[in-house]
Ligand binder design. Structure first.
Ligand code: HEC
Ligand code: HEC
Length: 281
């Protein structure tokens, strides 16, 4: 018994050690590029203003002593009455920078990544459409319409958006038509929005059901493809797809039912008897 107990202790101690070291190794593993994903919904590097300022040159424009606390909690710096923060706030309101639970080292990693992007010509990395295969684009279409489920069970994009011709059902009209989003959002804008939505409603929909990197890649490639192919928006025809598929579905059902009950009695129960009687006369 004693032996079993100590074996049990040994095993659970081992498990705790594995969990602790595994956990901290994973937290440290995040690279600057991975951390930067949470910024690209609002910032570009060298592609212009998004919701917040273009971060190209920010490493020389500001000091590290200013950047570290600001990136961790911009509102706190603003509340301290910092002149630069007040000026930025005035320029970019009503948008504000959300706080980040980063360590100082993580902020430095992000800043180093921004410098790297800048040296490489800017952007948030290459857009998926540049390298996507036709299969990935087709997967993106399936994910968009909901024909394929997201691994973490996030809502299909089509529940709020539509893309012309994506599926017979048309799409939601809660948010913008994305057929031309690739043109509308400069550079890597679609990629940025899908990876890190800066719109509260959309961000909330995926907050605890994030897309996997592969899924985000495929959906973005699908959306960008529509702009590349110059697909026109289905203006004003929203809902016609629904109506049409409803009528079609109804007709198909009626056809099936009449086939199943082909041999059904058509007249009243006594019809046959009555007819026989008449014939016998
Ligand atoms: C929800 C949108 C949003 C997100 C997400 C966001 N920012 Fe910002 N950022 C802003 C806005 C808006 C400003 C302008 C200041 C303000 O109004 O708070 C700003 C300002 C900044 C500035 C100051 C720029 C300058 O010219 O001095 C830096 C640096 C910055 N952000 C870095 C980051 C980093 C790094 C991340 C990711 C970890 C990030 N931001 C995430 C919206 C955002
Ligand atoms: C809960 C509803 C909802 C869902 C689900 C949703 N979005 Fe959004 N999305 C929004 C809202 C709201 C906006 C803000 C713009 C607007 O008002 O239409 C937006 C904006 C966007 C934009 C920027 C549009 C532009 O031209 O400025 C893109 C791109 C986008 N969404 C892509 C997607 C993709 C891809 C998916 C699926 C992975 C998705 N969205 C799922 C609500 C949603």
């Amino acid at each position: 018994m004693r032996q079993i107990q100590s074996l049990f202790k040994f095993v659970s101690l081992g498990l705790v050690v594995v969990l602790l070291t595994g956990g901290s190794a994973r937290a440290q593993e995040k690279t600057g590029a991975e951390l930067f994903v949470s910024c690209i919904g609002c910032h570009t590097v060298g592609e212009g203003v998004r919701l917040g300022p273009d971060l190209a040159g920010v490493n020389t424009r500001r000091t590290e002593e200013w950047l570290i606390p600001f990136i961790k909690d911009a509102q706190a710096v603003l509340a301290s009455g910092d002149e630069i923060a007040v000026e930025l706030f005035e320029t970019y309101k009503p948008h504000v920078m959300t706080p980040n639970a980063f360590t100082d080292d993580q902020v430095l990693l992000v800043l180093a990544h921004i410098a790297e992007l800048e040296a490489a010509g800017g952007g948030s990395g290459p857009s998926p459409i540049e390298t996507a295969t036709p299969e990935q684009i087709e997967t993106g279409r399936g994910l968009f319409t909901g024909e394929i489920r997201f691994e973490n069970r996030g809502a299909s994009c089509q529940s709020c958006h539509q893309v012309a011709g994506a599926g017979i059902m048309g799409g939601g009209s809660l948010a913008r038509d994305l057929t031309r989003a690739g043109d509308r959002l400069k550079g890597s804008g679609v990629w940025a929005t899908v990876k890190s939505p800066s719109f509260p409603l959309m961000a909330q929909a995926y907050a605890d059901k994030p897309l996997t990197p592969d899924e985000a890649f495929a959906v973005t490639a699908f959306i960008e493809k529509q702009s590349l192919d110059n697909v026109e928006e289905d203006s004003g025809l929203l809902g016609v797809g629904f109506l049409f598929s409803g009528i079609l579905g109804c007709a198909v059902l009626i056809a099936i039912y009449s086939l199943i009950w082909k041999g059904r009695k058509r007249g009243c129960v006594y019809d046959e008897i009555h007819a026989r009687q008449l014939g016998a006369e």
